[in-house]
Design a protein around this ligand. Structure first.
Ligand code: PGA
Length: 253
């Protein structure tokens, strides 16, 4: 079972996740960090930035990237990761990786897998969760053992991400994403979720059956998952009292 930490609000969640990452970084300054875009992880990056750690030797890998955007588009995840994560954390841009949406798409997925392997694998991967239970852009129905691949975005995901574009129509329909199997290869996973609109997905992921209908439920198969969820996102969990008591990190719960 995942180690579930229920925090009062997203900010406390960011601090808790940043503390976990800093604990890995301290003995391993060249750690490999799996980063996630989206709104929920933002407090993690600001909490980490506030710690003023030397992260110049860290390698970072994003979970996914849109396809069919022009190179350098401000909402491409290459641009988002640079702006929202790499710059505030002081990462070396040469060590920051997103799947290459401009490359030959026959080669880009395996090239990304190779790059992760060459870096030694991911030490800590941060993941958000979609309202439909996706992780990365692994939408419902995705293989739970899949590797990095090209995929279509669910309509729900495109609607949720339309806030970053001028209109729904401008949200790409295709992406390249780490597969669930790739994500599960990370040595430690930190799942973050916030808000009532995520409550059903969080309950299904943490307490429901392991099923391709809820790709995040595959996290139950990983031996080292910390789920940091705020009270709203935890509101549909059946065992919330148990999780609250089991929070191991004094500063988090
Ligand atoms: P969000 O995205 O943090 O912006 O809600 C999470 C996700 O879709 O994986």
């Amino acid at each position: 079972m995942a180690d579930v930490i229920i925090v009062p609000h997203l900010h406390a969640g960011g601090a808790a996740a940043a503390t976990l990452i800093a604990a890995v970084l301290s003995p391993k300054p060249d750690m490999v960090l799996g980063v996630a875009t989206g709104s929920t992880p933002l407090p993690i990056w600001s909490a980490l930035a506030a710690m003023r750690l030397d992260m110049s030797r860290v390698s970072a890998f994003a979970l996914d990237e849109y396809l069919d955007l022009p190179p350098g588009h401000p909402e491409s995840y290459a641009a988002v990761v640079h702006r929202e994560i790499a710059v505030p954390l002081g990462l070396n841009p040469r060590k920051v990786h997103t799947p290459d949406a401009q490359a030959d798409l026959r080669d880009a997925p395996s090239a990304y897998e190779s790059a992760i392997r060459a870096a030694g694998g991911i030490d800590v991967q941060v993941v958000g969760i979609g309202r439909n239970g996706h992780i990365g852009f692994n939408e419902p129905g995705s293989s739970l053992s899949g590797r990095t691949h090209i995929a279509n975005l669910a309509a729900q995901t495109r609607r949720d991400n339309a806030r970053f574009f001028e209109s729904f129509d401008q949200v790409p329909t295709r992406c390249i994403t780490q597969g669930v199997g790739t994500i599960l290869d990370a040595r430690r996973l930190i799942l973050v979720a916030s808000g009532r609109r995520k409550a059903d997905a969080v309950a299904a992921a943490l307490e429901g059956p392991v099923t391709a209908s809820v790709p995040a439920s595959a996290l139950q198969l990983h031996p080292d998952v910390v789920a940091i969820v705020d009270e709203d996102a935890a509101s549909r969990l059946s065992f919330a009292d148990h999780y609250r008591m089991s929070a191991p990190h004094g500063d988090a719960a």
